[in-house]
Structures are given as structure tokens and as C-alpha cells.
Design a protein around this ligand. Structure first.
Ligand SMILES: Cc1cc2nc3c(=O)[nH]c(=O)nc-3n(C[C@H](O)[C@H](O)[C@H](O)COP(=O)(O)O)c2cc1C
Length: 162
């Protein structure tokens, strides 16, 4: 395995964090957490409330939530595993704030997400639309327990075996 892998994730309520940590353990790499300067409160995360912070953020592509500085080398990787919760069928705005820091030319992004039922297709499509210099893998929803066999199968489909 000569490709350098980086793993970064955002999680507001902890589900994606658990999956990201299990994946990082499996890949034997560090996890980079994408953290907002102002954490999301339970009422911020009320996606049924049109006045909630997340509702407003996801309605407006121009909103860029402030992100805490990342203390990791973001310059040398070939493959980025990128984890997030599906928010309104796409990736949360703060994930875009993180991606905007990177030089993505020719890099492979492998998205993984948790959701309450939505699949990842439209998230990957939006990544493709906004980051066309990168190669976006279709990605995978990894909600629930991270089944070892499923993970091995997925990584070997990606040409990565551990
Ligand atoms: C603002 C917001 C929007 C959401 N939109 C969707 C959605 O479109 N489809 C879906 O299946 N789940 C949706 N969810 C549910 C989350 O994707 C799901 O609970 C996820 O596992 C949360 O991950 P986290 O604990 O890492 O934050 C939404 C949740 C929030 C807070």
C-alpha cells in the first residue's frame, strides 16, 4: 500500500464520529475532526424547524460556518476518507469549509456518511459538482454497527486491503 490515506470527519451528534473512529482504527491512521467554532446545540439540529441554525445553513449555499483550526498536515495525501451526517440529502456546509482548504487536484475522495435513511448518492453528486478537480468515489452509508466483513469488502472494492 503506497497511497497515503487521510481521514477527516464531521459529526454533530456522535454517530459519524463512532464510525469514523472505527474506520480509522481499521486503516491504522489518525482521525481528523472537523469542528465548528460554535458547536451545534440540540435546537440547532432541529431539521424540522425552519428557523433552526442547520435549516438556515443548509438553505443557503453561501453560508460558511466557522471551523476550528486543524492541527494536522493537510498537504500530502492521495485518498481522503471523508465522513459526515447526511443533512438535507447532502454534506453539511462545514464539510465544504474544510474541503476548501485542500488542494484536491487528482486526489481521490471516498465519502462515507450516516443518515436516518437517505443514501449517499446525492452527497457524492454534489461533491463532484463542487470539487471537479478531485475524483469522487460513490461512497457508502455506514450507519449502525460497522460490520467487519462489510468494511473489508468495501476496502477491497476500493483496491485497499489491510
Ligand atoms: C440538519 C439535519 C438534516 C438532516 N437531513 C437528513 C436527510 O436528508 N436524510 C437523512 O436520512 N437523515 C438526515 N438527518 C439525520 C442525520 O443524517 C443522522 O441522524 C446522522 O446519523 C447524524 O450524524 P451525527 O450523529 O454524526 O451528527 C439530518 C439531520 C440534521 C441535524
Amino acid at each position: 500500500m503506497d497511497k497515503k490515506i487521510m481521514l477527516a470527519y464531521f459529526s454533530a451528534a456522535g454517530h459519524t464520529r463512532r464510525i469514523a473512529q472505527a474506520l480509522a482504527d481499521k486503516l491504522a491512521i489518525d482521525c481528523i475532526e472537523i469542528k465548528p467554532v460554535i458547536p451545534y446545540s440540540p435546537s440547532d439540529l432541529d431539521w424540522y424547524d425552519p428557523n433552526s441554525r442547520t435549516f438556515r445553513e443548509m438553505q443557503n449555499e453561501k453560508i460558511k460556518p466557522a471551523m476550528q483550526p486543524i492541527r494536522a498536515d493537510l498537504s500530502s495525501f492521495d485518498i481522503l476518507f471523508l465522513g459526515f451526517p447526511v443533512w438535507w440529502y447532502t454534506y453539511p456546509r462545514i464539510v465544504g469549509v474544510f474541503l476548501d482548504l485542500l488542494n484536491l487536484k487528482g486526489k481521490i475522495i471516498v465519502p462515507f456518511a450516516t443518515s436516518d435513511g437517505s443514501d449517499i448518492t446525492s452527497c457524492a453528486r454534489n461533491l463532484e459538482k463542487n470539487y471537479h478537480e478531485a475524483i469522487i468515489h460513490p461512497g457508502r452509508i455506514l450507519s449502525g454497527n460497522l460490520n467487519r466483513e462489510l468494511l473489508n469488502e468495501w476496502l477491497s472494492d476500493l483496491g485497499l486491503s489491510f
